[in-house]
Design a protein around this ligand. Structure first.
Ligand code: ADP
Ligand code: ASP
Ligand code: MG
Length: 410
C-alpha cells in the first residue's frame, strides 16, 4: 500500500525522536509499503520563530514572516532525511516548492491550489523516501506562503490525494481521536472511528487533534485518515465516510476552544444593509468572524454580537469606530476572556433533548452561557475562558462519553 505519513511537531521535537521516526518509517518500508512523509517544525519552533519576529518588529511584514516560519519545517525535513540515511535508507528532503505544493497567496493563510507531485513520485519510484515540508507552499510568483497554524495536516492530505495514496496516517503524541481533549478530560476515551462530518465539526470548533481543512479535503476525495501514535503501536482512530448504525444516536465528542473574543455593536438602527456594512470591512481586513447573533430589535434599535479569534481582536477594534459611524451605532464593547465548548454527533439532528441536557449540565456547574450556536450536528456554548475545562468535564459526564462504543458487530 502507498501511504503518506505525517509527523507533527511533538513527534520530531528532538534528535532522539527524529531517529525514532526514521526507524518507524524504515520498519514500514521493510514491511512492503511505499511511504511518503510530511513533517512539521520541531516542537515549539514555530511559536519561537513568531516570538523572534516580534522581537525585531512590532508588526512583522507578512511576507518576511512566512519566509521565516517556513524555515522551521525545512529544518525537520533535512534532519529526518539525514537520520533515514544514517539508518541505511535513501531519503530526500523537499521544501513545499520542490514537492510541487502550489498555493494561492495570502501570507499566513495560503490555500493549496494544486499539487504537482511528479518529483515526489520520481523519488518514490527510485526508492528514496520523500520527506516533504508541511505548512508551506509556493505561489505562481514563486513566493513562499504558509498555510495557517496546524496546517501540516492539510499538506499531508493534499499530497496523499495527489499521489492517489491508500490513506494518510497522522502520527501524533496521542494514540487517536478521543471523546474530548485527554489533557483536559481524564475520562476521555479513544474512538475507534469517526465520520468526516463529525471530525470536521470538532476540528472547526477548536479540537486541535486535526486541522479542519485537512478533514474537509479528505472528505471531498474520500481519503481515509488514520490518527495514530508515533510512540506506541496502537490501533488508532480511522476518520472516514461511514458511521455505524448505533453511533447515530449519540454525542461523539466534545471540542473546546479558549481562543475566543466577542464584539457587541450597541444600539444599531435596525434597517436593511447593516450586517453588510459591519462585516464587509472586517472581511476585507482578512478577519474571520465566527458566531453572529442579532438581537430582536426594540424601538428599532438592535444589538449585534459576533465572535472572532483573540488574535484578530486588536485589528478589529481599530476598525470598529469607523464601522459604528457608518451604521449609526453609538459604540461597541469587546470581551476577550471567552471560550467555547461544543458537543458534536450525527445523532444530535434526530434525537431531542440534547440541548436541554447540555444547558442543565452547565447550569448545575454554575457556568454562565453567553451565546449559543448550532449546526445540524453540533451545539456550541460560549462561556468564560476560565470555565472551559470544567465545562468539558461536566459535559463528558452528562453525555456518558466514557462508556464504550456500541457496535452491532461486537
Ligand atoms: P501534532 O503536533 O502532531 O499536529 P497537535 O499538538 O496539533 O499534534 O495535536 C495533538 C494534541 O491534540 C494532543 O496532544 C491533545 O492534547 C490535543 N487534542 C485535542 N482534542 C483532542 C481529541 N479529541 N483527541 C485527541 N487529542 C486531542
Ligand atoms: N509548524 C506549524 C505550526 O506550528 C504547522 C504544523 O505544526 O502543522 O502551526
Ligand atoms: Mg497539529
Amino acid at each position: 500500500m502507498l501511504v503518506v505519513q505525517k509527523y507533527g511537531g511533538t513527534s520530531v521535537a528532538n534528535a532522539e525522536l527524529i531517529k525514532h521516526v526514521a526507524a518507524r518509517v524504515i520498519r514500514r518500508i521493510r514491511a512492503g509499503d511505499q511511504v511518503a512523509v510530511v513533517v512539521s517544525a520541531m516542537g515549539d519552533t514555530t511559536d519561537e520563530l513568531i516570538d523572534l519576529a516580534f522581537s525585531v518588529s512590532p508588526e512583522p511584514d507578512p511576507r518576511e514572516l512566512d519566509m521565516l516560519l517556513s524555515t522551521g519545517e525545512q529544518m525537520s525535513i533535512a534532519l529526518l532525511a539525514m537520520a533515514l540515511r544514517a539508518q541505511g535508507q535513501e531519503a530526500v528532503g523537499l521544501t513545499g516548492h520542490q514537492a510541487g505544493i502550489y498555493t494561492r497567496a495570502q501570507y499566513g493563510s495560503g490555500r493549496i491550489a494544486r499539487v504537482e507531485a511528479d518529483r515526489v513520485r520520481t523519488e518514490l519510484a527510485a526508492g528514496r523516501v520523500p520527506i516533504v515540508a508541511g505548512f508551506q507552499g509556493t505561489t505562481e510568483e514563486m513566493e513562499i506562503v504558509t498555510l495557517g497554524r496546524g496546517a501540516s495536516d492539510t499538506t499531508a492530505v493534499a499530497l496523499a490525494v495527489a499521489l492517489g495514496a491508500d490513506r494518510c496516517e497522522n502520527c501524533k503524541d496521542v494514540t487517536g481521536v478521543y471523546t474530548a481533549d485527554p489533557r483536559l478530560a481524564p475520562k476521555a476515551r479513544q474512538l475507534r472511528d469517526i465520520t468526516y462530518e463529525e471530525m470536521l465539526e470538532l476540528a472547526t470548533q477548536g479540537s486541535q487533534v486535526m486541522h479542519n481543512r485537512a478533514v474537509e479535503l479528505a472528505s471531498v476525495y474520500n481519503l481515509p485518515i488514520l490518527v495514530t501514535s508515533t510512540m506506541v503501536d496502537a490501533p488508532g482512530t480511522l476518520i472516514h465516510g461511514e458511521s455505524e448504525l448505533e453511533e447515530r444516536n449519540r454525542v461523539r465528542g466534545i471540542a473546546h476552544d479558549t481562543d475566543v473574543a466577542k464584539i457587541t455593536v450597541r444600539h444599531v438602527p435596525d434597517r436593511p444593509g447593516i450586517a453588510a456594512h459591519i462585516f464587509e470591512p472586517l472581511a476585507e481586513a482578512g478577519i474571520s468572524v465566527d458566531t453572529i447573533v442579532q438581537n430582536a430589535s426594540e424601538r428599532d434599535l438592535t444589538d449585534l454580537t459576533f465572535t472572532l479569534s483573540r488574535n484578530d481582536l486588536k485589528r478589529a477594534e481599530s476598525l470598529m469606530p469607523a464601522i459604528c459611524g457608518a451604521v449609526g451605532a453609538p459604540g461597541f464593547v469587546a470581551d476577550q476572556n471567552l471560550g467555547k465548548v461544543s458537543i458534536v454527533g450525527v445523532g444530535i439532528q434526530t434525537a431531542p433533548g440534547y440541548a436541554a441536557r447540555m444547558f442543565r449540565a452547565l447550569f448545575d456547574a454554575g457556568i454562565n452561557i453567553e451565546l449559543i450556536s448550532t449546526s445540524e450536528i453540533r451545539l456550541t456554548c460560549l462561556i468564560g475562558a476560565d470555565r472551559v475545562g470544567d465545562a468539558v468535564r461536566v459535559l463528558h459526564d452528562a453525555f456518558a462519553l466514557e462508556a464504550p462504543d456500541r457496535d452491532l458487530r461486537d
